[in-house]
Design a protein around this ligand. Structure first.
Ligand SMILES: Nc1ncnc2c1ncn2[C@@H]1O[C@H](COP(=O)(O)OP(=O)(O)OP(=O)(O)O)[C@@H](O)[C@H]1O
Ligand SMILES: [Mg+2]
Length: 539
């Protein structure tokens, strides 16, 4: 059994496929040696994985405070974005320091830094073989590490206060068993992203708010590098001067990107998007104001009615999250095939097949692109194809699939407006080297895509759906778009700069309403008028 298989086994059977075995890299000896011991998803105190959150409440479209689950009463909310008052974005970070700040105080002392390094090294020397011992349970390993730590610290006879000692033990344990200074943050359920911009410059997104967290500090650039080495070696990849950029994942599925010297100036840089075992659901998006009950009903009808939908937005605007929510509307008796770079979608229907692309190995071989996978799905008799993101040639295959009987396909595109989405798709098709006349591409797009849902991250930090736009057809060389819902910017902002508006129907009934009616989905007039809906869709 290879080292990496053993690592994974120790970590409790990680679902992710481990990349093909590659020669162990020539990084400093420490990371590969300590990597196998990490109990990633488990809680170090209990040795248990984080408990699965309870299932969502019954009415998915209940508006906040209008008969749905009360905002603070829903136990699944707290770990995701933390309910603080009525605004999900007023998190604890605004009320005071984050919990990890408690641990910040003495990491700056160079003498303690040196001591920590010494003890760390000593432990590696003492425990080296044990870290590979598969017969040890995680609890047992934790216990052994703690014992060794205490005795190593006692032997040092360093004049430390009890609090300093406890902190030092915690820090070294995090280094050995976890990911060093970011270990605690990664275990914090309120945290969704961690960005290491340099050893002393770490940003954390908590409850949807991104801010610098001074409590998270690495000793130096080497320390960051060791953590990166540990992460990438776990998935059988390596990072060095010849491959200074790497995508990897933590055993819990969190997405990791690392860039080191010579590319990363002032780095190394590490960006982690935490995998949420409990992804946001439609009622969460409603609660956050990203959608409202009426537009959610409308989108549900569009998905059930097999329209081809593109979710569009900039980086980190919530495209994948919305795609997941939209996909959850697909009826459970349909065969769904998902295609992604790294599995993020979490669908609960019975008949879901997930495909994941593969980067080339160190020799530059073995790559399987999203495009290859999209083509392959067509041979797998899908009812629906859900593609995580179109970012190159797969755009054409996706359009063709949408046009050739795979109605109800969904994907996301990186663009800043519905019109921009079309230009982007056009560019993707052209850039992939297809010698098609622009008009032909546009015709493909106009007949393939039914709806564009635009996400925007507003200046108040909230992620909102700002457009729900129908693609109607062609007029001359131009594709005609018709907004069905638009975010109401005219409502202005409150004194704290938060947008007060929400999605409003433009009053225009989409042309595809008839197509939906043919499929037995009747959109009531209340969906398209300014008053709150009373009935929604009738099936
Ligand atoms: N509507 C929302 N309100 C608040 N937070 C959200 C919302 N949608 C997504 N998020 C959070 O924002 C982060 C980014 O979400 P997501 O991965 O869906 O974005 P993305 O647009 O797909 O990003 P990328 O461009 O990197 O693929 C996640 O941590 C997610 O939990
Ligand atoms: Mg995404």
């Amino acid at each position: 059994m290879s080292l990496f298989e053993r690592i994974n086994e120790r970590q409790g059977g990680v679902e992710r496929p481990v990349a093909p075995a590659q020669p162990p890299h020539s990084a400093p000896p420490e990371p590969p040696r300590i990597a196998p011991s990490e109990p990633q998803p488990a809680d170090p105190d209990t040795g248990e994985a984080a408990p699965a959150a309870p299932v969502a409440p019954a009415d998915p479209f209940a508006a906040p405070g209008s008969g749905g689950a009360p905002e603070t009463a829903d136990p699944r909310r707290a770990p995701v974005f933390g309910d603080v008052g009525s605004d999900p974005y007023v998190g604890p970070i605004e009320a005071g320091l984050p919990s990890t700040a408690v641990a910040a105080t003495r990491r700056l002392d160079p003498a303690i830094g040196a001591l920590r390094h010494r003890i760390h090294q000593l432990l590696i020397d003492e425990l080296g073989p044990l870290l590979f011992d598969r017969s040890l349970t995680e609890d047992e390993l934790q216990r052994r590490v703690q014992e060794q730590l205490h005795s190593a610290l006692a032997a040092e006879q360093a004049p430390l206060s009890a609090a300093d000692k406890a902190q030092l033990i915690q820090d070294v344990a995090d280094d050995i068993l976890g990911y060093g200074p970011i270990d605690q943050v990664l275990r914090d359920d309120d945290v969704s992203e961690v960005m290491v911009n340099g050893p002393h410059d770490v940003f954390v997104e908590r409850n949807g708010k991104l801010s610098r967290d001074p409590s998270v500090r690495f000793l130096d650039a080497d320390h960051v590098r060791r953590v990166i080495d540990k992460i990438v070696s776990q998935v059988g990849r390596r990072i060095d001067e010849s491959t200074p950029m790497v995508d990897a994942r933590l055993p819990d599925g969190s997405r990791v990107n690392a860039v080191v010297a010579p590319l990363a100036i002032g780095g190394p840089f590490l960006t982690i998007r935490k995998f949420s075992a409990d992804p946001l659901q439609v009622e969460d998006l409603i609660r956050f104001g990203s959608l409202d009950p009426r537009s959610a009903r409308f989108l549900e009808a569009c998905i059930v009615g097999r329209l081809n939908v593109i979710v569009s937005g900039g980086t980190g605007t919530g495209k994948t999250t919305l795609l997941n929510v939209l996909s959850s509307f697909i009826p459970s008796d349909e065969r769904i095939i998902t295609v992604e770079d790294a599995k993020e979608l979490q669908l609960h229907q019975e008949h879901v097949l997930s495909l994941e692309s593969r980067p080339p190995n160190v020799e530059g071989r073995g790559e399987v692109t999203i495009r290859d996978l999209v083509k392959n799905t067509l041979r797998m008799r899908p009812d629906r194809i859900v593609v995580g993101e179109c970012r190159s040639g797969e755009a054409l295959d996706m359009l063709q699939a949408m046009n050739t009987g795979h109605d109800g396909s969904l994907t996301t595109v990186h663009a800043n407006s519905p019109r921009d989405t079309l230009s982007r798709l056009e560019t993707l098709v052209l850039m992939a080297g297809f010698d098609l006349p622009v008009r032909a591409i546009r015709e493909q797009m106009a007949s393939a895509v039914d709806l564009i849902v635009q996400l925007t991250r507003l200046s108040d930090g909230t992620r909102r759906v700002t457009h729900i736009t129908e693609v109607q057809g062609m007029e001359g060389d131009v594709i005609t778009l018709q907004d069905v819902f638009l975010f109401d910017f005219s409502a202005g902002v409150d004194p704290d700069g938060r947008f007060l508006g929400q999605l409003q129907p433009t009053g225009v009934r989409p042309k595809f309403a008839e197509k939906l009616a043919d499929r037995g989905l009747h959109l009531g007039p209340e969906i398209f008028t300014a008053t709150a809906p009373t009935a929604g869709i009738n099936r």
